[in-house]
Design a protein around this ligand. Sequence first.
Ligand code: 7RM
Length: 647
Amino acid sequence: METHIESHLVEKRVFKPPKDFQRRARIKSLAQYQKMYRESIRQPDKFWRREAKELTWHKPWKRVLEWKAPFAKWFVGGQLNISENCLDRHLTGPRRNKAALLWEGEPGEKRTLTYQQLHREVCRFGNVLKRNNIRKGDRVIIYLPTIPEAAIAMLACARIGAVHSVVFGGFSADSIRDRIADSGAIALITADGSYRRGTIVPLKKNVDEALQSGTSVKRVIVYKRAGNEIHMKEGRDVWWHRELEYVDANCPPVWLDSEHPLYILYTSGSTGKPKGILHTTGGYLLGIYCTMKYVFDVRDEDIYWCTADVGWVTGHSYVVYGPLANGGTTLMYEGAPNWPEPDRFWKIIEEHGVTILYTAPTAIRAFIRWGDAWVKKHDLSSLRLLGSVGEPINPEAWMWYRKTIGGGRCPIVDTWWQTETGAIMITPMPGAIPTKPGSATLPFFGVDPAVVNEVGDEVGPNIGGKLILRKPWPSMLRTIYGDKERYKKQYWSEFKGSYLTGDGARRDKDGYFWIVGRIDDVLNVAGHRLGTSEIESALVAHDAVAEAAVVGRADDLKGQAVVAFVTLKGHANLTPRLKTELRDFVGVHIGAIAKPDEVRFAEALPKTRSGKIMRRLLKEIASGQSVTGDTTTLEDFSVLGRLSAEE
Ligand code: 7RM
């Protein structure tokens, strides 16, 4: 019986970095990448010391790394402040008057904050925090829309050494309550409401509900965003704008130990209780600083847009901290991609002259479904680099992204990483590494990934297995907040000394990594272990299909049967033959073993707010069970009802 994950989908297309991009890039050739990579693995201290010197330290570190597996301390003895690195250090030269943050609200308002203005707002709000008895080490929940105040609140916490925990604006009162209880937060920063597809999400109302019974939260600071009517509880709730009247703009950064906690970000665990991923200061800053510099190759003249919500790790690392640490211009957009019409993203790119776009496969597949006409209405020639994150990107979606959005001239960086890794781990360097549609390609500096079998031996080319990381890295999670044992068990117990990512992957003959999905989602069909992503990618390659999610259902004969949930493109007809056609299509592209036993057409798939398909829920639906377990991260609950009703 086979134990490795089989791989059948063959992708032969290769795209070299465009010459002009290459010439101007920081890393200009595969050889240069390889040389730097080798050094980062053989002499990590030397490599990271050199990179860390580009940051601003108050006190130099004594040791680069102290590794008592699985607990790491980076830049031991060093002191710094991340808000100082993101703001103050850019104020001494011409960057002072450069846009740090460009923002567009869903209803269409625009705001620009220069570095000097953002610095001032962060300092003032830092003083508001202090005025409200928030001190170094205290935990603060941030429950805000993607508005500049979210970045201001995060940076202000960091400035005074408070630990922020951002909760997605789309999450419910229950999620807020769980996160307060786990973190022991003493304060919460929110807004009256936020906009989503033209309606107002009642953020403050959710907060009131979350705080109803016994809570550690003593203070709620409320930003007036949507103007909806809310209740202010006397003695607990204060208005952001009123608080500002009492403070000045003098708020020196507090010098913090490199290992001082920066934030806790909750991710849904496979079982009930969410995990509070803890990131600290020096190593995290270095990780996001370096990846932003080399992977996006960001320049002073770039307008960089990462479309993630601030409530996701991508929003932390690549909307706020990464771009600002590099003195870049980061664009934030509050709303939905199809509001008021499906061309909102392209309109934003045209109007702001966006040069780098970083978005998720789920969004790309939605754009494909909505049709090219929406894209064609706009001039996207300002773009020079595209990025993808969050899920494996189906090769056909990758090709569409390259051609239709990138005009065939922009490299694509498919970046693999996790909340836990803090920063990008596997990715092309856009001026150096040839790309293949669907592959995240090669490891970032200092990252030592491997694909292993059940007993931890590295498997050969194109054989699937578990993706592990064999060396500690600066931006790694330090623990699960309040639960060291769970941290050890979850990530470090299966293979001694290595970090278990939970993803399945294979490596091709060029050493490129292909992520095949979460290990928990791997199917076992008649003794063949199949990753979900290849079958899904084969389905998405069919002209009628917009999205596909593949899950297993218990089957007496085969062990598991393959069930595919499929949504169709706008123009596609649901003909009686389509099911058979799709099954055969998978048969031709992958092999008979992967042919779905069942194809179910759906209007939409259940997803998290960050756009990941929730296969766990689909498994339950496919086997006729009612949906149980944690659904707090689900974006749109009505999808579930509709899916179950399809039967
Ligand atoms: C950044 C983020 C992490 C999980 C990860 C993977 C999947 C993310 C890619 C990807 C294939 C990618 N953090 N994932 N990026 N799979 N290719 N480029 O997404 O904590 O929310 O999720 O997302 O399964 O383990 S996360």
